[in-house]
Design a protein around this ligand. Sequence first.
Ligand SMILES: *[C@@H]1O[C@H](CO)[C@@H](O)[C@H](O)[C@H]1NC(C)=O
Ligand SMILES: *[C@@H]1O[C@H](CO)[C@@H](O)[C@H](O)[C@H]1NC(C)=O
Ligand SMILES: *[C@@H]1O[C@H](CO)[C@@H](O)[C@H](O)[C@H]1NC(C)=O
Ligand SMILES: *[C@@H]1O[C@H](CO)[C@@H](O)[C@H](O)[C@H]1NC(C)=O
Length: 469
Amino acid sequence: YLKQYNLKLSNLTPICIDHHFCTSNIHLCSQPRHHHGFKTEPQFSEKYFPQTVDHFNFNSMGNGTFNQRYLITEEFWIKGYGPIFFYTGNEGDIWDFASNSGFITELAAQLRALVIFAEHRYYGRSLPFDKDSFSIPQIGLLTVEQALADYAVMIRELKQQLAATDCPVIVFGGSYGGMLSAYMRLKYPNMVAGALAASAPVLSTAGLGDSGQFFRDVTADFESVASECRDAVRGGFHQLKELARHQDYSHIQSEFSLCKPPSSAQDIQQLNGLLRNAFTLMSATNTLSVLFTLIRIVYNSTGLLPCFDLYSLYVKCADPTGCGLGLDSLAWDYQACTEIDLCYESNNVTDMFPPMAFTETDRQLYCAKRWGVVPRPNWLKTQFWGDALSTASNIIFSNGDLDPWANGGVRKSLSSSLVALNISGGAHHLDLRGSNDADPESVLSARKTEAELITQWVKMERSRLQRSL
Ligand SMILES: *[C@@H]1O[C@H](CO)[C@@H](O)[C@H](O)[C@H]1NC(C)=O
Ligand SMILES: *[C@@H]1O[C@H](CO)[C@@H](O)[C@H](O)[C@H]1NC(C)=O
Ligand SMILES: *[C@@H]1O[C@H](CO)[C@@H](O)[C@H](O)[C@H]1NC(C)=O
Ligand SMILES: *[C@@H]1O[C@H](CO)[C@@H](O)[C@H](O)[C@H]1NC(C)=O
């Protein structure tokens, strides 16, 4: 689960440091808010945009609209002249992204840009059918295409309203949001001069790459911290398997402070899934007690849980890296059942986790049952070009090499304007975060390159717009 991964890590800060949990990749954990230079925390106004409900079928909803939330600040902007920085919101509340993307506002202060963070339909408060949004067939208008069209319509309309029609637009996004920003440049180059796609797994989510990559890379992260980690974790899962084989369920319950003893193979699979998910959320220590330490840190960071309930802390869905909890998780599950392919598996050979398969067939069965849909594994690579991106331009694909999502994205530059940046020691879209005293050299240098390219794109777009006048 792309977003949760990012946010959980920042929640965990103090625990990480106290326990020396992430000693060698401390950047993953440390988020002290020591800003320097100009003021970087702008005041966003929260607004709603009357958005077309269905961009592609004129009969289904007619000209019906819903309220799409966005955040805007003109604090840095040279009115009518400065560029527009537009964040293509991803799977969650837009405030979460705005408050974790300080780089965008820092760059806006330098380039005197208008900043807009737009919320993705079906997430946060942008629900086209309110509480009914997650019913069938109302959920059907949740597609990547509709979301991109929302952003395009919003950009055009807000430019009119703000007398900004000649202002170059640059889109930004992290994770799934990074995929969306890259797609905006592919699909709407008429409106968008360039895209910063941070940690965007555009390839793996289009079914390109191998299904073992993700959990292999999670394993490699832990191994890089402590080489004995892999065997220790594997040993822990093995012990768990043995206890389960002997149906020593009360032992398992007490080891893991479970609310109820497990009583079936399904409960054990659920526990395995919950444990694997804790590692996923914390990719960056010996036996069952290691596993237990980890679930305490990940699932009990509030210190409020008397015991762990297997089925409420982790919900199995069409994304084996977790869908999170709450309404946003329903929307993400639907997306993973339709366009976004997340058939990642662990196998206990190339990774340290118990074998948990998730094939296209498993996905199909689950999705038919849950949402009444059949996934289209080839659609994303048709619609958004897959790995045949070389005729695109002005996109930065940045990735931190500690991020298990990284190798699902573009790691090599494809041309002088399709630039892959590797942030060594970097976690999931570290570059989008505000500058911080603990930033490694690699992320400073990535942000510098990003700023230079974006400055250049803004100039190019300005002269293009002037030539066309
Ligand atoms: C939608 O179309 C109807 C019929 O033409 C019109 O009366 C109404 O004002 C339109 N609504 C919006 C939001 O444009
Ligand atoms: C959660 O944390 C609190 C506070 O540290 C602790 O008292 C409680 O036992 C923990 N719950 C579990 C299930 O470990
Ligand atoms: C992982 O593989 C090892 C070696 O083959 C085996 O002993 C162990 O039981 C396996 N662990 C799980 C959880 O299946
Ligand atoms: C990223 O940088 C690290 C450290 O310099 C290096 O080990 C790794 O191979 C690089 N990855 C890519 C894709 O360039």
